[in-house]
Design a protein. Structure first.
Lengths: 182, 180
């Protein structure tokens, strides 16, 4: 059983080192360990459900190709989320170039992604819509903290900011989201 | 004492099934609308995408990633070369830009005497200068040619010790040639 395998007891750093030495199963374990969280994070950033798997795959591909860039100051997950966020941002910029018909704000989350919203509560739907109106850093910090449960120290290492600044971004995000929910 | 800041710090961990709210925290939560609103947000965020995007097929993704990595392996030895190559490319680009700027922007410290035909050729381009020369009458052309500096090979050959032996006119020509 996979859960009982040696891989599941190794840390992310050990798995990364094993992959560097040519152990492909270490890469598989890292994908199993962080793939779902990355998918949810990308969905929170506004990625259409149909694109989430492709973005997850691309993020892992880039992560393994650039593994030397992971300095272990941030956790593997936060570093991976950062790569995913950059990919999503690039995708968003490309999408924006394709939009030719003005879309009302309230249409953005719901109609663009009906299957993704089918199982979500009204609160989750509104939250996703609200996140789309936040500045990028506020959105990413809020998701890393509230959705992924990451510590501020880890968030700031991933985003290249300070814990104090990450806290400020989080509280601004909460404040604005509360206002949007009312 | 439980304050809103402490509540906010604890929320993500509690939402993810960590240590549950204590009695004092639960009491604060029920009596503080601001904390309740934030708690609802954190709960919604924790669940966000769980049904739709949380179920990504990690086995399929892992297989695809491994396949792609095998197709485009990153050789460890090539990496430093790539970095150094990029560094040199950047340096070369910077050098070209600096050179282009030096050629394009006239040097204010350089004294301009007469028509300065060589400088004009550099800045205006050889073609436009030749067109200009074609339009001149022979007397005008002769005047322009008189304005040219003596060619470098015609200058007296000097080194540091021989400068003292030059005549004043020769010394002036040497100094003018050095000053451009």
């Amino acid at each position: 059983m996979r859960a009982m395998s040696e891989d599941s007891t190794r840390s992310d750093a050990e798995l990364a080192a094993a992959y560097r030495s040519g152990d492909e199963s270490a890469a598989t374990e890292l994908v199993h360990r962080h793939g779902a969280a990355l998918g949810r994070f990308l969905f929170g950033l506004g990625a259409p459900v149909a694109d989430v798997e492709d973005l997850v795959q691309e993020a892992f591909f880039r992560a393994f190709r650039g593994l030397d860039g992971w300095r272990e100051e941030a956790s593997f997950r936060s570093w991976l989320l950062r790569i995913g966020a950059n990919l999503r941002n690039d995708q968003y910029r490309r999408e924006r170039g394709w939009v030719v018909v003005p879309i009302e704000d309230h249409d953005l989350a719901g109609s663009a992604d009906p299957e993704g919203e089918a199982g979500a509560t009204e609160m989750e739907r509104k939250l996703r819509e609200g996140l789309g109106h936040l500045p990028r850093l506020q959105r990413e910090v809020f998701l890393m903290r509230a959705q992924q449960g990451m510590a501020y120290e880890d968030i700031c290492a991933a985003l290249g900011t300070t814990p104090g600044a990450a806290r400020v971004h989080y509280h601004h995000a909460v404040k604005r989201l509360k206002e949007m929910m009312q | 004492m439980t304050d809103c800041k402490a509540m906010s710090e604890r929320m993500p961990a509690v939402a993810r099934g960590g240590a549950p709210w204590g009695a004092a925290e639960a009491a604060h939560l029920s009596g503080c609308p601001a904390c309740r609103a934030e708690w609802e947000l954190v709960l919604a965020a924790e669940r966000l995408g769980a049904r739709s995007a949380g179920g990504v097929d990690t086995a399929r993704i892992a297989a695809a990633v491994r396949y792609r990595l095998r197709q485009a392996p990153l050789t460890p030895a090539a990496q430093p070369f790539r970095r150094v190559g990029r560094w040199f490319a950047g340096l070369a680009t910077a050098a070209v830009v600096i050179l282009a700027l030096r050629l394009a922007v006239p040097n204010p410290e350089r004294p301009v005497t007469g028509p300065a035909p060589a400088a004009a050729a550099g800045s205006l381009g050889e073609e436009s200068l030749l067109t200009e020369l074609d339009r001149l009458t022979s007397s005008e052309l002769e005047a322009v040619l008189d304005g040219f500096e003596a060619p470098a090979e015609a200058l007296p050959h000097v080194d540091g010790a021989a400068l003292d032996q030059l005549k004043p006119q020769e010394l002036e020509r040497v100094l003018r040639s050095l000053g451009g």
